[in-house]
Design a protein around this ligand. Structure first.
Ligand code: ZN
Length: 352
């Protein structure tokens, strides 16, 4: 089969698309004929070695969708021909967190494509617990674009920050995968949604998917804009996956009794923090990683029924994996990048 892979971590130069040994399935695994693979910033970080995969050559990719072509002897929930999407969280099933239903806090938590072989390949062996059924009316590109970012966004806002219709929510970097999912989830909850992005075009998209207020952070100080729009109060919840570059501003933009929720630190993990604001305003600082199977089911049901829709910025053949990674690392456009095995790729299918 053909696969995206690399022999060492580094720049996009390390990415290859070529012949790779076919995966063999275990008793509780299925073979998936991959029709589409979604990219995440995680793919860029892993390729750069932060953190480095444990084995080389490494096949990247956490999100994919396709059709089951083979099932292991002990698989009970799926059969050959089923349409499925990959859910990339790997947990032990046995630690105190797994037993209490908080699998994304598992002491051995791993992510498929980061710590183990990923799914940007023509075929992928996937454990039955890491597959979800995809309804017939949902296309594979959409299904591949959804799982990681929507479950991450859902856990942040619904489970951790517990947003409701009385809240105001600021989503930083609304044009990225997690950001555009957060805008939709916050809007669906009835919250007042503020979104930041770097261009007027991205801000227009943010409004289209539910933002009430859109702030261009390149031309405007977002803390001032928030304070002005809220009579100096600030917002109840700030979603910050940017990290160092925005952290203190996120704390400053949060109202008394509010929360800053983080799932990433793209611009650096060690910002300065004004602790006086945290205790004086009695803020909650909430960390969040991926989601539990239950959270995944809840948010995917809302994608399948059309409540949420991933914005697809580009669909490329897997042989253009370098370009796919460049779009993500250069923060071009809005929404998700999806790759399709060259043998299945027809550009006429993906005109946007
Ligand atoms: Zn566990």
């Amino acid at each position: 089969m053909k696969a995206v892979f690399y022999e060492e971590t580094g720049s996009t130069d390390v990415l290859q698309y070529g012949e790779f040994p076919d995966p063999e399935i275990g008793e509780e695994e299925l073979l998936v004929d991959v029709k589409a693979g979604g990219l995440n910033h995680l793919d860029v970080w892993t390729r750069r070695g932060m953190p480095s995969p444990r084995e080389f050559p490494h096949v990247p990719g956490s999100d994919a969708a396709g059709v089951v072509t083979e099932v292991g002897d002990r698989v009970s929930r799926f059969e050959v021909g089923d349409r499925v999407a990959v859910e990339p969280s790997l947990s032990c099933g046995d630690c105190e967190f797994c037993r209490s239903g908080e699998q994304s806090q598992c002491v051995q938590f791993k992510i498929k494509g980061e710590h183990t072989r990923g799914v940007h390949s023509e075929n992928a062996a996937v454990h039955e617990d890491n597959l979800v059924a995809v309804p017939d009316h949902v296309d594979f590109v959409t299904a591949a674009a959804v799982p990681l970012v929507f479950q991450t966004a859902w856990r942040m806002l619904v489970s951790r920050a517990e947003i409701n219709q009385a809240d105001s929510v600021l989503v930083l970097g609304a044009s990225g995968g997690v950001g555009h999912a957060c805008v939709q989830i916050a809007a669906d909850a009835g919250a007042e949604v503020f979104a930041t992005a770097s261009t007027d075009e991205k801000l227009e998209y943010a409004r289209e998917i539910g933002a009430d207020h859109a702030i261009n952070y390149e031309t405007e100080d977002f803390v001032s804009a928030i304070k002005e729009a809220t009579d100096g109060r600030g917002v109840d919840v700030v979603v910050d996956h940017v990290g160092g570059a925005t952290w203190q501003d996120s704390i400053s933009a949060t109202a008394k009794g509010g929360a800053v929720v983080t799932c990433g630190a793209t611009t650096g993990p060690n910002p300065e923090t004004d602790i006086t604001q945290i205790f004086w305003k009695q803020l909650d600082i909430l960390g969040s990683t991926m989601g539990t199977p239950g959270e995944g089911d809840d948010v995917l049901a809302k994608v399948w029924d059309g409540t949420f829709e991933p914005r697809i910025r580009e669909v490329l053949p897997m042989s253009e994996i370098v370009r796919a990674h460049e779009i993500l690392q250069d923060r071009e456009g809005f929404g998700k990048v999806v790759v399709v095995p060259d043998s299945e790729y027809d550009p006429d299918d993906y005109e946007r």
